[in-house]
Write a protein that binds this ligand. Structure first.
Ligand code: 13P
Length: 251
C-alpha cells in the first residue's frame, strides 16, 4: 500500500459571486486549514472569471487554486477558450479536465480530455483527470471497461509524464445525487485504476487517486480511510466553508 499525503479539492462548478466567494473564503481562512497541511493539500477551483479574486484572497494561505477546465490551445483564434499560460498567470496550480459534466454537456471525448491533460502539464499545471461510469454502465457491468478506456487515452497520450497527474474517480450516478459510492465500491475502482497506472509505468503507481461524488463531512473519513483513496474532489459541500473544512480535516 502506498501511503501518501491526501489531496482535497473543491470544485465550485457554476456557482458563486464576488460577495459569495469572499464570504466562503473568509470561512475557509477562519477554519485554519494550515493545521491539516502536513496531512492534506487543499485547493479550490472557482469559475475562470473569479480566479484572480480567489487566488489573491488565498495568497499566502494553505489553500491552492485551480480551474475547472482548460483549453488544449495556448493561444490563437479559439473564441471563448481559456488557456494554461493565462491561468498560470493568475496563480492556478491545478486544472480539472474531463469532468463528467464536460464530457456529457460539451461532448468532450476521451482523446480531447487526454490532450487537455497534456496541455495542462506543458504549462506547469497539475491536471486532475476525471473518470467515471454512468448508472447504466455500472448496471451493465461495464464500470472497469469505461474507466479503463477513459484512463487509457490519458496513458497513451502522456507517456513519460503520466506520473505527474492526479486522477479523480467520479461515478456519474453519485454526482450531486446524495448517493455516495460505498467505501468498498469506490476502493474497488480505485484499486483497478491503480493497477492500470502501475502496469503502464511503475512510477505512476504513486498518482494520487481522488474520489468524488456526494462526499460530505459524515462520509469523508470512511472514504479516505480506504487503501487506494488519496483524497476527494468535492462539489456541493465545497460551497459551505464548515463542510469543506471538515472534509479537509477528515483527510
Ligand atoms: P458533488 O460533491 O456535489 O456530488 O459533486 C462531485 C463533483 O462532481 C466534483 O467534481
Amino acid at each position: 500500500m502506498i501511503v501518501m499525503k491526501k489531496l482535497v479539492v473543491g470544485n465550485w462548478k457554476l456557482h458563486g459571486s464576488r460577495a459569495f466567494n469572499a464570504e466562503l473564503i473568509q470561512g475557509l481562512l477562519a477554519a485554519d486549514l494550515a493545521a491539516t497541511a502536513p496531512r492534506a493539500d487543499v485547493a479550490v477551483c472557482p469559475p475562470f472569471v473569479f480566479l484572480s479574486d480567489v487566488a489573491a484572497a488565498l495568497q499566502g494561505s494553505a489553500i491552492a487554486v485551480g480551474t475547472q477546465d482548460l483549453s488544449v490551445q495556448a493561444q490563437g483564434a479559439f473564441t471563448g477558450e481559456v488557456s494554461g499560460p493565462m491561468v498560470r498567470e493568475f496563480g492556478a496550480k491545478y486544472a480539472i479536465v474531463g469532468h463528467s459534466e464536460r464530457r456529457s454537456y460539451h461532448a468532450e471525448s476521451d482523446q480531447l480530455v487526454a490532450d487537455k491533460a497534456k496541455a495542462a502539464l506543458s504549462h506547469g499545471l497539475i491536471p486532475i483527470v476525471c473518470v467515471g461510469e454512468t448508472l447504466a454502465e455500472r448496471e451493465a457491468g461495464q464500470t472497469e471497461a469505461v474507466v479503463g478506456r477513459q484512463l487509457k487515452a490519458v496513458i497513451d497520450t502522456l507517456g513519460e509524464q503520466l506520473s505527474q497527474i492526479v486522477v479523480a474517480y467520479e461515478p456519474v450516478w453519485a454526482i450531486g445525487t446524495g448517493k455516495t459510492a460505498s467505501p468498498e465500491q469506490a476502493q474497488a475502482v480505485h484499486a483497478f485504476l491503480r493497477a492500470q497506472l502501475r502496469s503502464a509505468q511503475a512510477q505512476a503507481a504513486g498518482v494520487p487517486l481522488l474520489y468524488g461524488g456526494s462526499v460530505k463531512p459524515d462520509n469523508a473519513a470512511e472514504l479516505f480511510a480506504q487503501a487506494d483513496i488519496d483524497g476527494g474532489l468535492i462539489g456541493g459541500a465545497a460551497l459551505k466553508a464548515a463542510d469543506f473544512a471538515a472534509i479537509a480535516r477528515a483527510a
